[in-house]
Design a protein around this ligand. Structure first.
Ligand SMILES: [Zn+2]
Length: 119
C-alpha cells in the first residue's frame, strides 16, 4: 500500500510541477512536457519523477539547460506526504488529505512562479 502511495505521490508531484510551470504562463495543462531551454518535447524516460533528474544530472539532454532542484524536490515531498497520509490515516481521509495537499502545493508554487515572472 505504501509503495503505491509513494508512486502516486511521485506522479502527482510531476503533475504539480507541470501546473506550477504552466498556470502562471497561461499554458494548457494538456500536452507533453517540454524543455524550457530548447522547447523539445521530453522523451518518455525523461518524464520519470526524480530518477530522470538524477539520470540527466539536472540538465536537459539536448541543450544542457539546468532543470532546477525544485522539480525533484516537489516530487519527493509529494511522495513523502502521500506515504505519511496513507500510513497514518484511513484510506478515504488519506485520499482527501492528499488532494488538499496537492491543491495547496500548486497554489503556493503558482504564487512563487508568478512573483518570479513579474520581477
Ligand atoms: Zn533543452
Amino acid at each position: 500500500m505504501l509503495v503505491y502511495a509513494a508512486m502516486f505521490g511521485l506522479a502527482f508531484g510531476s503533475f504539480v510541477n507541470a501546473a506550477i510551470e504552466r498556470i502562471p504562463r497561461g499554458e494548457s495543462l494538456n500536452g507533453r512536457s517540454h524543455c524550457d531551454g530548447c522547447h523539445r518535447a521530453l522523451r518518455v524516460w525523461e518524464l520519470i519523477p526524480v530518477l530522470s533528474f538524477v539520470a540527466l544530472r539536472g540538465r536537459c539532454s539536448s541543450c544542457g539547460v539546468a532543470i532546477g532542484l525544485r522539480t525533484p524536490l516537489v516530487e519527493g515531498i509529494c511522495a513523502a506526504a502521500f506515504v505519511a497520509a496513507f500510513w497514518m490515516l484511513a484510506v478515504p481521509v488519506a485520499v482527501a488529505t492528499c488532494a488538499g495537499f496537492v491543491a495547496i502545493v500548486v497554489a503556493i508554487g503558482v504564487a512563487f512562479v508568478k512573483k518570479d515572472l513579474q520581477s
